[in-house]
Design a protein around this ligand. Structure first.
Ligand SMILES: [Zn+2]
Length: 84
């Protein structure tokens, strides 16, 4: 497991890890930021990068914040954490 594969729920056991509701992949920071097709439009609009390295090095924090708000990430985490 690389640093990019870290779950957004670090305290959960692997078998209980939350899955993406769209594609059933592990719900990781990398999946949300780079891979999930559900967020492609918002990703291109706010981030415009293809790797986490590019994201960290090239994207301003206000764009990352706007992306997180646009995809309703706060509420996704809340729903996932309270539905277990
Ligand atoms: Zn997904």
């Amino acid at each position: 497991m690389t640093r990019e594969d870290v779950s957004v729920y670090p305290n959960r056991e692997a078998e209980n890890q939350q899955k993406c509701q769209v594609c059933q992949s592990p719900f990781t920071v990398k999946h949300i930021s780079i891979h999930c097709t559900c967020f492609s439009a918002a990703r291109q609009s706010y981030l415009g990068v293809n790797t986490l390295e590019e994201l960290v090095q090239n994207v301003e924090s206000r764009n990352i914040t706007a992306f997180i708000k646009d995809i309703d990430f706060y509420h996704r985490i809340y729903r996932c954490c309270t539905s277990a």
